[in-house]
Design a protein around this ligand. Structure first.
Ligand code: AGP
Length: 372
């Protein structure tokens, strides 16, 4: 086991350190002459031009990556996308048929809830595409097409490098679809590929420059009973992911909310000293969203929350209102989730370590949930 961990104290630590490679390996071999071309999907152009809707199904962390995928596919391929938890999709007579593509997303490819959703989609006449990290797993075998992620084996129960690979796979799929459907200008394809190629370096920057700071913060917060996570737009699924990871491995009550939803209820939870992580959009890339999130920060700060902002290096506007700022490099807004999640993965692991818990094998959980 120690040898398999390659010198890291846990599989989770090793797998977080592999997040840059997980992104790079997923992109590898999927671009050609400034365009995204996924070789496994060549030959499916007519199908992609003919569909009227996409439904993405998955569970847990995989479903959060799907929410990011929805934004990317709708922006680049201009096709409506719904995201549905696989176990909900299966039992509600979903309205899907031959004009719908059901995309499943799964690290293991063995999650029973997701497998049953895929089978249901097939029974209803929909076409199915699996985005999966595990070669030859059951879900890809049951699907019409498959795009493998190349994150490498993930051992820790808490999914980390597979999550960034899943989002990467969904960006690639969105750009492939957009190219086939003629909805992405060539320069957007080219710029997006450049961005995808720089993400590994940017993740590495976070690991090198922020990891220690985040682990220290986690150490100071070892007695925390409850934590909130807020985000908007593509930052919203990242807030959900940050909360799930903390629950899973540090057994701390955590909730993720869309920041705009605060005033509709959750703000009642805010009391002096409550730690709230806020995913802050780029001030230059998404100025409107940025100013909205800054006012959300002011609202919770005024009620005594302890604000931990995940913000672009150089974002000075958050400084007066945040107790802590975790820095991430600049990226185009759609790509920011891949960077913003890294500090949250490190934080969850740091807090579990500070509490002396087994980060790789949390209680009550299995790596792959093969029962319904
Ligand atoms: C993630 O940290 C979880 N352990 C869990 O939510 C997981 O993502 C979910 O069970 C889906 O697994 P899959 O990607 O293998 O289908």
């Amino acid at each position: 086991k120690a040898a398999e961990k390659g010198g890291w104290p846990s599989f989770m630590a090793k797998e977080i350190s592999e997040e840059p490679e997980a992104v790079a390996n997923t992109v590898l071999g999927r671009t050609r002459d400034g365009q995204v071309v996924i070789p496994e999907l060549e030959g499916l152009d007519d199908l992609f031009r003919g569909i009227s809707r996409i439904v993405i199904v998955g569970a847990g962390t995989a479903a959060y990556s799907a929410f990011v995928g929805k934004y990317a596919i709708e922006q680049w391929a201009r096709i409506p996308v719904e995201v549905e938890l696989a176990h909900e999709f299966r039992y509600r007579s979903p309205l899907v048929g031959p004009d719908v593509l059901v995309v499943s997303i799964s690290q293991s490819g063995e999650t029973m809830d997701t497998l049953m959703a895929v089978k249901e989609a097939t029974r209803l006449g929909a076409k199915t595409l699996s985005i999966c990290n595990t070669q030859g797993a059951t879900i890809p075998r049951e699907s019409d097409a498959v795009v493998y992620l190349h994150a490498g084996p993930e051992v820790a129960v808490a999914s980390t490098k597979a999550f960034v690979a899943q989002i990467t796979g969904l960006y690639l799929f969105a750009l492939h679809l957009g190219r086939v459907r003629g909805t992405v200008p060539a320069e957007v394809q080219a710029e997006s590929i450049d961005e995808l190629n720089t993400l590994p370096e940017k993740i590495r920057w976070i690991l090198e420059n922020e990891q220690e700071h985040i682990e220290q913060l986690a150490h100071w917060m070892a007695d925390t009973r409850s934590v909130l996570f807020l985000g908007r737009h593509v930052g919203y699924p990242i807030a959900l992911e940050g909360a799930l990871k903390l629950k899973e491995i540090s057994y701390i009550h955590a909730e993720g909310f869309a920041a705009g939803e605060l005033k509709h209820g959750p703000i009642a939870l805010v009391e002096p000293g409550l730690p709230v992580f806020v995913v802050v959009p780029s001030p230059s890339g998404a100025p409107e969203l940025h100013s909205k999130v800054v006012s959300n920060i002011q609202e919770i700060r005024a009620r005594g929350a302890r604000v931990i902002a995940i913000a672009e290096a150089g974002d000075a506007a958050v400084l007066p209102f945040a107790d802590e700022v975790l820095r991430i490099p600049l990226a185009e807004p759609l790509f920011e989730p891949i960077l913003a999640v890294v500090p949250l993965h490190i934080f969850a692991m740091g807090l579990a370590n500070a509490k002396g818990l087994d980060v790789d094998q949390p209680r009550n959980l299995a790596k792959s949930v093969t029962v319904e």
